[in-house]
Design a protein around this ligand. Structure first.
Ligand code: FES
Length: 97
C-alpha cells in the first residue's frame, strides 16, 4: 500500500448509471473516470470553464484550484471534477445533477 490517501475507489453517477471508479493516487476524479473509459463532460481541465461541474453527493474532496465556482455553488456542494482529489473513501459525485 502506498503512503498516499489509501482511497481505492469512488462512485459516480453518469447518464443515469452508477459507476464504481478506481481511484488512481494523485490523480483527479476526472482523470480516473477518463482512464476507465467514462465520458463525463469537460473542456479546459484547468478550473475555469465550469463544464465539469458536478454535485458532490457524499464524502469530501479537495479542489486543487477553482476559478469558476461561486461561493453559492460551493455551498450547494458543486465541485469541479477536473480539480477534485478525494479525501474520504465514500466520495460520490453526480454528473447528471
Ligand atoms: S474542465 Fe473546465 S473547469 Fe473542469
Amino acid at each position: 500500500m502506498s503512503a498516499g490517501t489509501g482511497i481505492a475507489s469512488f462512485r459516480a453517477t453518469l447518464d443515469g448509471e452508477e459507476c464504481e471508479v478506481e481511484y488512481r493516487e494523485g490523480e483527479t476524479l476526472l482523470d480516473c473516470m477518463l482512464a476507465e473509459g467514462l465520458d463525463p463532460a469537460f473542456q479546459c481541465m484547468d478550473a475555469h470553464c465550469g463544464t465539469c461541474m458536478v454535485k458532490l453527493v457524499a464524502g469530501e474532496i479537495k479542489m486543487r484550484k477553482n476559478k469558476v465556482l461561486s461561493k453559492r455553488d460551493l455551498e450547494q456542494d458543486y465541485v469541479l471534477l477536473c480539480q477534485s482529489i478525494p479525501l474520504t473513501d465514500d466520495v460520490w459525485v453526480d454528473c447528471d445533477g
